[in-house]
Design a protein around this ligand. Structure first.
Ligand SMILES: Nc1ncnc2c1ncn2[C@@H]1O[C@H](COP(=O)(O)OP(=O)(O)OP(=O)(O)O)[C@@H](O)[C@H]1O
Length: 506
């Protein structure tokens, strides 16, 4: 197939806000691909190259001189080969050779094709927000129900591989994706609960009520003596957390996959601030803070996969393998004890509680209703769209943030408010140093950013707005902290923001 079809589809998907139209455009394209083209094309449309990152910056790419062609001629295979050649060129003289290869490719591209390639190579096309639409399109193009496609994606973590299996091997090929110890799966997520009592009632009290600790998510895989530790975004951090590795190696089992939260504690056993825990996850992590694990799920034990087992059975397994590292939890508490557990969590310096249905399976990668988080305040994880230069005491600093919610249909984030409240001098300085690296454009007052940075905002609520495009605006928003562990795909959606509107104005 000609490469231009991919570019046209990408443009069409970007140009509409309608989820249905996006899905149809992708579905039509997928159905027309040859089986050997599927993996590459799905990767491209998700903003990735099958070769991984090739380490060429926007400036180098835009400096390459090549006249565009009028009529598209490039095929998918030719483009993929050319990217492969660039990716595999290294050593002395490679800078020039890579430029020559790119000039050759651009010299055979139309203007639109070059634009797509530059955005693909610089990571600008990476739009996790499109994942949901793409998953739908794969299922439709393959004539399959959504569930097996979704499941294969959560187990493989890769849409491109999922698409190839779905389109060439159908449901049987998808069923071959299993949990593999040593390969991380996308973690199960929670939805906000209105109230603790509401969440408890929704499951008739058949719940586990657990502390919600404010640390960092970890997924631990052990097979024999081999241990791997991953973050929420499936980044491997094993070598940075030797104390966890040691402790996991000592658990009484031969193989296990555990899900949990890790936290650094003060001398008196209270949680340290989130930023301090996160500092252990950086490239040059400080090792003076010891991390403690608190596990809340066990999705594999001694050769048995537990993903589809009810939570109650998974908690039994957790109790067998790591009882001393379990997060504080109450099973089937009455409403009063659940409320007391919530208060105790807050008293101990934690965020709140999670209420989980004991009958639910592990829905990896999903934000479902079977896990509900209860916190005393509303918080939202929003995309930083830009920042205004401060004035008065804040002159010279990038200050007032423009905040956006994710469009669940894969469009650009939708602005819902601004704030500079809660920003310390240290954060203002950090913003001023960091934001230009993410700059998209600027005018006299504001630097506009690529949607890369996620910030956690505390707010009193939201109100109907005629000023903002989503029809909703934040009330009394203040910055809690940045969330380097999250990407645009994990920001809260405009629907999550609207859900906070008082019922009568929804
Ligand atoms: N007992 C627990 N069970 C599950 N997750 C927990 C628990 N305690 C703390 N967590 C953390 O809470 C997160 C689940 O909440 P959610 O799915 O809303 O993620 P989130 O968007 O990061 O939430 P938040 O911003 O409120 O931390 C998990 O990713 C995990 O890091």
């Amino acid at each position: 197939m000609l490469f231009t079809r991919i570019v046209d589809t990408s443009v069409a998907v970007g140009a509409t806000r309608s989820r249905k139209a996006k899905t149809e455009a992708l579905q039509t394209l997928l159905a027309d691909l040859r089986p050997d083209e599927v993996e590459t094309v799905v990767a491209w449309l998700s903003g990735e190259m099958t070769q991984g990152r090739i380490g060429i910056g926007w400036r180098t790419l835009s400096d390459i001189e090549a006249d565009p062609v009028e009529q598209p001629v490039l095929t998918i295979a030719e483009v993929d080969d050319a990217i492969g050649a660039v990716a595999s060129t290294s050593g002395s003289g490679s800078t020039k050779r890579r430029r020559d290869l790119l000039a050759e490719l651009f010299g055979r591209s139309t203007r639109g094709e070059r634009d797509f390639l530059v955005r693909l190579m610089t990571g600008e096309l990476r739009q996790g927000a499109l994942e949901g639409v793409m998953t739908d399109a794969i299922a439709k193009a393959a004539g399959l129900p959504l569930e097996p496609v979704r499941r294969a994606f959560m187990l493989s973590g890769r849409l491109s591989v999922t698409a190839t299996a779905a389109l060439s091997g159908g449901e049987q090929a998808l069923a071959e994706f299993v949990l593999t110890v040593g390969r991380p799966i996308r973690p199960m997520l929670a939805s906000p609960a209105e109230t603790l009592a509401g969440a408890w009632t929704e499951f008739g009290g058949d719940v586990s009520v657990e502390y919600k600790l404010d640390g960092a998510r970890i997924q631990v895989h052990r097979s024999g003596d081999e241990v791997h530790v991953y973050t929420r975004t499936l980044r491997e951090i094993t070598s940075g957390v030797p104390e966890l590795v040691e402790l996991i190696r000592e658990l009484p089992c031969t193989s296990v996959v555990l899900d949990g939260e890790t936290l650094a504690l003060t001398d008196s056993g209270r949680p340290r601030p989130f930023q301090e825990t996160m500092s252990r996850f950086g490239a040059d992590s400080a090792h003076d803070l010891l991390l403690h694990p608190y596990f809340f799920d066990c999705i594999h034990l001694d050769g048995v996969d537990l993903l589809d087992e009810p939570l109650e059975r998974r908690l039994d397994a957790l109790d067998r393998v790591a009882p001393q590292h379990r997060i504080p939890a109450l099973l089937r508490p009455d409403a009063e004890s659940a409320a007391a557990h919530f208060d105790a969590a807050l008293d101990a310096g934690h965020e709140g509680v999670m209420v989980k249905a004991l009958s639910s399976s592990y829905a990896a990668g999903r934000r479902g209703r079977t896990w509900q988080k209860v916190k005393p305040e509303h918080t939202l994880d929003l995309v930083v769209l830009g920042a205004e230069w401060g004035y008065g005491r804040r002159t010279g600093w990038l200050s007032n943030l423009h905040l956006g919610a994710r469009d669940p249909d894969g469009g650009p984030p939708i602005m819902v408010g601004k704030t500079f409240k809660g920003l310390t001098d240290a954060l203002l300085q950090w913003q001023t140093d960091e934001f230009p690296k993410h700059e998209r454009s600027r005018d006299d007052h504001t630097v506009y950013l690529e949607p890369d940075l996620i910030v956690e905002i505390e707010l009193d609520g939201v109100q109907v707005s005629t000023r903002y495009p989503g029809g909703v605006a934040l009330r009394f928003a203040r910055v809690l902290r940045y969330r380097p562990d999250k990407t645009h795909a994990e920001a809260d959606t405009i629907e999550a923001v609207r859900a906070l509107l008082p019922t009568q104005s929804r």
